[in-house]
Design a protein around this ligand. Structure first.
Ligand SMILES: [Zn+2]
Length: 135
């Protein structure tokens, strides 16, 4: 039996992020008190602990900080996807996020590659921010 790929688990802190992803937008939080951008979505700034935060749309551009190639599926649903790339992406705005590098040449990913966001459908309208190589 092939399981479905997991969909996002949405909570009140992350709902704006996932709702924007459904519309093909990548949001990050920006602190109004200190100006710091951060990811993953939180209700407090991890730098100054202010709760006065904005959501801002990221450019979707980033650079591969590090990556790994997954060759053994962690669950049956990922069986058709191996091998695939899990990467730490440094966004242009500063935050670092984890995502897959997908698309043509994904397995040739190298540290320092320029990447840009794409959105992968997960059913029921849910979309996951992923990255492809090339600016
Ligand atoms: Zn702050």
């Amino acid at each position: 039996m092939i399981e479905k790929l997991p969909s996002p688990v949405v909570n009140p802190d992350s709902a704006p992020y996932w709702n924007a992803a459904r519309e093909g937008k990548l949001l990050v939080r920006k602190c109004r008190a200190c100006g710091e951008f951060h990811f993953m979505p939180r209700y407090l700034c991890p730098k100054c602990w202010s709760h006065d935060l904005d959501w801002v749309e990221a450019t979707g551009k980033g650079v591969v900080h590090s990556f790994s190639i997954v060759r053994r599926a962690p669950a049956a649903a990922f069986g058709d996807r191996v091998p695939y790339v899990v990467a730490l992406i440094d966004l242009e705005e500063g935050p670092r996020m984890m995502a897959n590098v997908v698309g043509e040449g994904a397995l040739d990913t190298r540290i320092g590659d320029e990447v840009r966001v794409v959105f992968e459908d997960r059913g029921d309208g849910a979309r996951i921010p992923q990255f492809v190589r090339g600016a």
